[in-house]
Design a protein around this ligand. Structure first.
Ligand SMILES: CC(C)(COP(=O)(O)OP(=O)(O)OC[C@H]1O[C@@H](n2cnc3c(N)ncnc32)[C@H](O)[C@@H]1OP(=O)(O)O)[C@@H](O)C(=O)NCCC(=O)NCCS
Length: 167
């Protein structure tokens, strides 16, 4: 971001953020790129935040006091504890301003340097060019395609399986 733009704050998500995060997760663009269901009760997000554990690293992006992005890692257990799932969403009205990249860089840094997570994995709809471009730039590679993986707006959609191994 340039000097004239407001500063983007990346911080841990807190249970107190639940209403803003419930609204963000319910945006049409966010739903289209994720597995969020329509008419999800907002309190689901409150419970989710309250029940996070040490296996979860969940962060938000805040711009001038408004939450504009959410991203998280969920670490696996046992013999897969070196690996974590990644999910992320940027507010529909704040796309293509570098917020997704800032969130992803923060999580990758935490994974690489603090959490000992050497494999970050995710699924992404095959036509989600924004997310695929972002992930590729960050070093994720495609490992496969899962066909008819999830229902999206009336049709079953395919996803790519992508992963980033710590260099
Ligand atoms: C995917 C998502 C997180 C990207 O966030 P963003 O803040 O808009 O992305 P950024 O501005 O940081 O862009 C970083 C890079 O992503 C890629 N990208 C972002 N938007 C793009 C678009 N509309 N078309 C093509 N590439 C795009 C580009 O490579 C971009 O780098 P560049 O601007 O230097 O070209 C956002 O679109 C989103 O939340 N989508 C809905 C939810 C979702 O799909 N989540 C991912 C689930 S797997």
């Amino acid at each position: 971001m340039t000097a004239n733009q407001p500063e983007l704050l990346i911080r841990a998500a807190s249970a107190a953020d639940w209403e803003a995060l419930a609204a963000l997760r319910d945006l049409p663009g966010v739903r289209a790129g994720t597995l969020r269901l329509p008419f999800a009760p907002p309190e689901q997000t409150r419970k989710w935040l309250e029940n996070l554990t040490e296996t979860d690293t969940v962060i938000v992006a805040e711009l001038e006091g408004r939450i504009v992005g959410l991203a998280g890692l969920h670490r696996h257990k046992g013999r897969r504890q070196h690996a974590a799932d990644l999910g992320m969403s940027v507010h529909d009205d704040y796309r293509r301003r570098g917020i997704g990249r800032a969130l992803l860089e923060a999580l990758i840094n935490a994974a690489d340097r603090w959490l000992g997570i050497s494999r970050i994995e995710l699924t992404v709809f095959t036509d989600n060019e924004a997310a695929i471009g972002l992930y590729r730039q960050a070093g994720f590679v495609t490992e496969g395609v899962l066909k008819s993986w999830a229902l999206r707006d009336g049709a079953l959609a395919d996803v790519l399986v992508m992963a980033r191994l710590r260099p």
